[in-house]
Design a protein around this ligand. Structure first.
Ligand code: ZN
Length: 304
């Protein structure tokens, strides 16, 4: 199944369900950043969560940033996901590897750490992003973001995230978000039923590996509650908007003195994009051109 995001509702709109398959884009991130197994799982879960959180936003340019900052050896995680289906991200220490946890799974909680914070920034496209911070619960990402949704956004939600690694790389990755909207949250019997079913659904990636599609998984979960799957299947992908020109723009902001220094000492400059690990090289001529541009801009500003 291609990487994709599908939305559905149930209980006459009282329940919102979103599922995302991120197998390929997680593999792209693994290769770009040369991530260890546990780092792939940590970043993969956070990227899937970002796409799920962004999926409920309204304006096309809306984006979500999630920063996870724990006291474990992985350091921080930062992802940037958009309603447009693009996501990018990185971890501070991509090569950290840990033995599996007691149940034989990749020990994301120990890699991230159990003390620390999750910061979520939602940029709705009006220029005033709003942010919220919660403490980590377990460092396993899914629980931490479920806690965030319950406390900061006050929507009873369940988030299931998973990344399954094989010897050749990522074999299955994705996530599922289920939210109970206020008018349905009063129905205690339904909330209990949903909680029970979700706790049985802690194994999301095995379903994907068994070639279950998102609509089939939705059917298993809320098929008897008036499930309505929205017709649009949205493709999702790893994408970073960085470019050589943007990198030049960033270098230019360092100013003439610094650029001159780079020409004399290094005969050029090398810059790496944190988000996608793309390396950009500039030579002395290109740096000299930036200095020239700065001088022209200064003259023009003086003439005004
Ligand atoms: Zn980039």
């Amino acid at each position: 199944m291609a990487d994709q995001l599908i939305r559905a509702t149930a209980a006459a709109g009282g329940i919102r369900v979103v599922g995302v398959v991120t197998t390929r884009l997680t593999e792209v991130a693994r290769q770009r950043h040369q991530l260890s197994y546990v780092a792939t799982a940590a970043l993969g879960r956070t990227m899937a969560a970002g796409l799920l959180l962004a999926s409920s936003m309204k304006r096309p340019q809306s984006r979500v940033n999630i920063r996870v900052r724990g006291d474990g050896p992985l350091g921080g995680i930062l992802i940037d996901a958009g309603l447009d289906g693009t996501v990018r991200g990185y971890v501070d220490n991509p090569t950290v590897e840990l033995p599996p946890n007691r149940v034989g799974k990749l020990d994301v909680g120990a890699a991230v750490g159990r003390q620390g914070y999750v910061y979520v920034v939602r940029d709705v496209g009006y220029g005033y992003p709003y942010s919220s911070t919660v403490e980590l619960v377990s460092g396993e990402i899914g629980e931490d973001l479920t806690h965030y949704l319950a406390t900061s956004e006050q929507t009873p939600s369940a988030l299931v995230l998973g990344v399954f690694m094989g010897s050749q790389g990522v074999e299955a990755a994705g996530g599922l978000l289920l939210q109970i909207l206020p008018r349905a949250a009063e129905d205690e019997e339904m909330v209990t039923t949903l909680e029970n079913r979700l706790s049985a659904l802690t194994v999301f990636t095995p379903m994907l590996r068994a070639n279950k599609t998102l609509p089939q998984i939705f059917e298993d979960l809320v098929g008897d509650m008036g499930l309505e799957i929205l017709p649009e299947t949205q493709l999702v992908r790893f994408h970073c908007p960085c470019s050589f020109d943007r990198m030049l723009g960033a270098l230019k902001m360092l100013g003439e003195e610094e650029l001159q220094d780079m020409i004399e000492k290094d005969h050029g400059a090398e810059a790496t994009c944190h988000f996608c690990n793309q390396v950009y090289h500039t030579d002395s001529d290109q740096l000299a051109q930036l200095i020239e541009d700065l001088r022209v801009e200064r003259q023009q500003a003086g003439q005004r």
